[in-house]
Design a protein around this ligand. Sequence first.
Ligand code: 3VV
Length: 201
Amino acid sequence: MSAATTPSGRGRPSLTPPADAKPPVRHPDAPAPGELLGSHYDQCFACGEDQPHGLHLAARAGEGVSVTAEFTVQPAHQGAPGLAHGGVLATALDETLGSLNWLLRVIAVTRRLESDFVQPVPVGSTLHLTARCTAVAGRKIYSTAEGRVGGPDGPVAVRADALFVEVKLDHFTTHGRSEEVHAAMSDPDQVKVARAFEVNP
Ligand SMILES: CCCCCCCC/C=C\CCCCCCCC(=O)SCCNC(=O)CCNC(=O)[C@H](O)C(C)(C)COP(=O)(O)OP(=O)(O)OC[C@H]1O[C@@H](n2cnc3c(N)ncnc32)[C@H](O)[C@@H]1OP(=O)(O)O
């Protein structure tokens, strides 16, 4: 198997939308601009409240199919002394991009994430992230994100382009812990339940 071949035998998909791609459409019931999106799963390493060393990334809906998010780099996120690990920064980009799918009301997983690390991000600094969906083609969702330091208008430290693929709930029950997925369906936090399940049962 070559480096560009997946287990299913498919190659590495392009991050450029195909000619028949459409502009993304914000779902009429998407949270209003400025509204916090909340976590999709308490144990999520990126957004979960119950992950002591997680990023606790908080994303808000923006205009159209866009979001903003913030994440403050903690000592647990270091790679080199005093500097954020690149994989953690990629996680922040991935989660911010993934939260766009909630504005489309689609459950999707990352198929490809291409990251640029433009400048180091010190521990204690806040990464100000923005992401927007650029196109949709069938199950494929194309999006782009960047993270700035020193404020929302500070210099760009990281950026990424991504391809997400829409999946059904059985993606998580087949490959993950199905009992936990089913238990989460009776979560009293109905927003979370809707975000995780109702959109694509
Ligand atoms: C207790 C509570 C629990 C709650 C949880 C439940 C709800 C949660 C809610 C929200 C979740 C949000 C989670 C956010 C987290 C942040 C995001 C992540 O980090 S996700 C993790 C990392 N990613 C993966 O683990 C994916 C691993 N990969 C896969 O599983 C598969 O590869 C997958 C599903 C991505 C695709 O698998 P296929 O078998 O469906 O693929 P095929 O159908 O062949 O292709 C899909 C589309 O892509 C095109 N495609 C495939 N290969 C292509 C190529 N080489 N070039 C162009 N197009 C290609 C195809 O034509 C098709 O598009 P056409 O249906 O035609 O529109």
